[in-house]
Design a protein around this ligand. Structure first.
Ligand code: IVH
Length: 671
């Protein structure tokens, strides 16, 4: 492709991606699938890599991350980020309205009502139409510069569109994890044996401050904007309309209200309707609409007098605990579930609620027959928050936590430091086996979409499949024994299984279901070790050398490969013809400037991920080694490097260089 063609293509792709992005976030419409969207983005990334000179400043490729921020810079807010006065009572709200009326000395005024979004507040600064900074609230006076992470949020415009755009302006909004994404994230965590995150708000807050923006991008945060600061409108409603026109994501739930009665109606309406929204909300924010009025009312030391938050009481109802059942997951973890007398709560009928673990049951002092308070918190699944002791009768029975697996009757074990009980019968307990096969076939793993939960259950019940490797032994006759399977569907199923043999190594590594090895970790391990054999023979110390692999994962991987049953399964999968080696091409040669010099990379870097550095070294004629020895040429030292490596390098007289020194080497400035 010629540079002129590339420039044109980059521009067209940029526009196309932006078009689909706006369509999705602004009009809630889609014209292409997620996969097609990702393909466009990949194509753009590729072209930008080849022709970096044509990358647009608002390129949507920034949405996929790729930056590491070790320490977030502190930034002072131009306008302090205040909090809001809040109330739970209608009376207090009416008193506040009276104070507003008094403060405005008889002038007519109106309100804007919005929902109070439960996320993390964010300040966004735009200059010449481009997003230049995203800063957290911090202590209200100064916050953290999280710009690189914020750029991955697709509903935040990198460049605003339309007319009438001030040269410089600041927008405030709430960054949140949509309920559905949060549930999905927890499902994925459970799937790899990690503990669930407690609530969406804290998870969003932690995500915004992650070091690796690629991971932030994967989390799919969203952002509703609710304020335009400075002198750019006459009323708040006008400011909100501008934000909408400029391409910001504004929740359509706002409403202008003529008086406090209308505000109360709004509050009542949304008390129940808010549960249908894609995110958690915990109240209503009432704002005086005219900016001139806002100015006249001013601020107290902590909050504006022109706005207030009306908070909904968490909806909590009491109902009878009829019993406790126990679920066994893929990893063998046992989860107790409260079986409740059905009640209608916040829009749905609730019959069951998770009790998380045995500690939780003991802490709540739960008994069968108790009346328990049930709440819909940050999770879609309701939770039991306490016992209504006034209603306790002598006839209640204390809960005896089970000692044996409800599925296979094996004695449960508890791992030190963990709250859950586990069934250790990994290869003989039905839900664990079926769960492992479900994990294996999922889209992000082997992607065998001709198989579903029902089919897996039947295959298991008929004794045809007891482990993923058995799938590859299935014959047409076997499949025809399943309910509803005829020639064509049987062929389909077998073709799906056959097709999975081409799935790349990193997905296979995720599919085999090593505890704590999620998709991202599998990708990192595959990239670093290149083959399953290398991973299987690695010691925990060697595993720890791979980028971002910590003690917990290293131990888990080591134990997995030490288990003879897992070894047999891997051998069978190998025999079936699955990909157990990385086919990723070696990075292409760019130069020989590093002249066969050897490097050990250690620590965390400002501009590069470790894998990027590895590639750059190899691409430029250098070699990457894993341990410091007298023969080593350079120790490339980032932050938080282990002291022993440094000491050893110093003792052996190995040159220790920084990221900047490395760049100089690359540019041929020193040797
Ligand atoms: S306006 C002077 N509008 O609530 C503060 N805030 O307690 C003006 N929040 O830090 C804030 N939804 O993070 C406003 N529709 C909304 C909001 C909202 C959520 C959060 C925001 C703020 C906190 C104030």
């Amino acid at each position: 492709m010629t540079p002129t063609q590339a420039q044109k293509e980059i521009q067209q792709l940029t526009e196309k991606i932006q078009y689909h992005n706006d369509l999705y976030y602004q009009q809630n419409k889609t014209e292409i699938s997620d996969q097609e969207f990702d393909m466009l983005l990949k194509k753009l990334e590729q072209l930008e890599k080849e022709f970096p000179q044509f990358k647009q400043p608002d390129s949507p490729s920034q949405r996929v991350g790729g930056t590491i921020t070790k320490e977030f810079a502190t930034v002072y807010h131009k306008y302090p980020m205040l909090s809001l006065g809040n109330t739970y009572s209608q009376e207090e709200l009416e008193d506040w309205d009276a104070r507003v009326a008094k403060g405005l000395e008889g002038d007519a005024y109106e309100y804007m009502c919005e929902l109070k979004f439960d996320g993390v507040s964010m300040s966004l600064t735009y200059e010449n139409g481009l997003l230049v900074r995203g800063v957290t609230r911090g202590d209200g006076v100064r916050g953290d510069d999280v710009t690189n992470n914020i750029k991955t949020i697709r509903s935040i415009p990198l460049k605003v569109k339309g007319t009438d755009i001030p040269e410089s302006f600041e927008v405030r909004g709430e960054v949140f994890l949509p309920k559905e994404i949060f549930a999905q994230l927890n499902k994925e965590r459970e799937d790899i044996g990690e503990e669930r995150y407690a609530n969406a708000r804290n998870t969003a807050s932690g995500t915004v401050k992650m070091q690796d923006s690629t991971e932030v991008a994967r989390r799919k945060l969203d952002c509703y904007t609710y304020a335009l600061l400075g002198d750019h409108a006459n009323t708040h409603s006008e400011a909100i309309h501008k934000l909408e026109q400029w391409g910001f994501h504004v929740s359509k739930t706002y409403q202008k209200c003529k008086n406090i009665q209308e505000v109360l109606q709004y509050i009542n309406k949304w008390d129940t309707d808010r549960h249908t929204l894609p995110l958690e909300t915990d109240g209503v924010v009432v704002k005086v609409n005219s900016l001139e009025h806002q100015e006249r009312l001013g601020f107290t030391a902590k909050s504006p007098r022109w706005a207030i938050a009306y908070k909904y009481k968490a909806q909590s109802l009491s109902t009878r605990l009829n019993g406790v059942t126990y679920q066994v997951g893929r990893t063998g973890a046992v989860t107790p579930v409260a079986e409740l007398e059905p009640i209608f709560l916040a829009g749905t009928t609730v019959k069951r609620a998770s009790l998380h673990n045995a500690n939780q049951i003991a802490q709540l002092d739960l008994c069968i027959g108790d009346y328990v308070f049930v709440e819909k918190g940050g999770e879609i699944i309701p939770k039991v928050t306490g016992v209504d002791m006034e209603k306790r009768t002598p006839s209640v029975t204390p809960i005896q936590y089970i000692t044996h697996c409800p599925e296979c009757n094996t004695k449960l074990i508890r791992v030190e430091g963990e709250a859950a009980f586990y069934c250790p019968n990994i290869n003989g307990c039905a839900p664990q086996i079926k769960g492992r096969i479900e994990h294996f076939i999922q889209r992000r793993a082997m992607d065998i979409n001709s198989l579903g939960e029902q089919t897996i259950r039947q295959l298991y019940d008929l004794g045809l499949v007891k482990s993923p490797a058995d799938l590859y032994k299935l014959t047409r006759e076997d499949v025809l024994r399943l309910d509803g399977f005829k020639d064509k569907s049987a062929k389909n199923l077998l073709e799906g299984i056959e097709g999975s043999k081409a799935i790349p190594f990193e997905s296979v590594l995720f599919a085999i279901g090593i505890r704590y090895v999620g998709k991202t970790v599998a990708e990192k391990l595959a990239r670093y070790f290149k083959s399953i054999d290398n991973i299987a023979k690695a010691t925990p110390e060697e595993l720890l050398k791979a980028p971002e692999i910590g003690e917990k994962i290293a131990q888990s991987v080591f134990q997995f490969f030490g288990n003879p049953e897992n070894q047999t399964e891997i051998t069978r999968l190998k025999e079936a013809g699955l990909q157990f080696e990385s086919t990723a091409k070696e990075p292409e040669k760019v130069s020989d400037v590093l002249n066969n010099k050897s490097f050990v990379i250690s620590g965390v870097f400002q501009k590069y991920e470790r894998e990027q550095l590895q590639d750059i070294i190899v691409q430029n004629g250098g070699r990457v080694l894993s341990s410091v020895s007298g023969k080593l040429d350079y120790l490339l030292a980032g932050d938080n490097m282990g002291p022993s490596k440094r000491e050893k390098a110093e003792k052996l007289g190995v040159k220790i260089i920084s990221e900047q020194d490395f760049e100089k080497l690359l540019n041929g400035l020193t040797s």
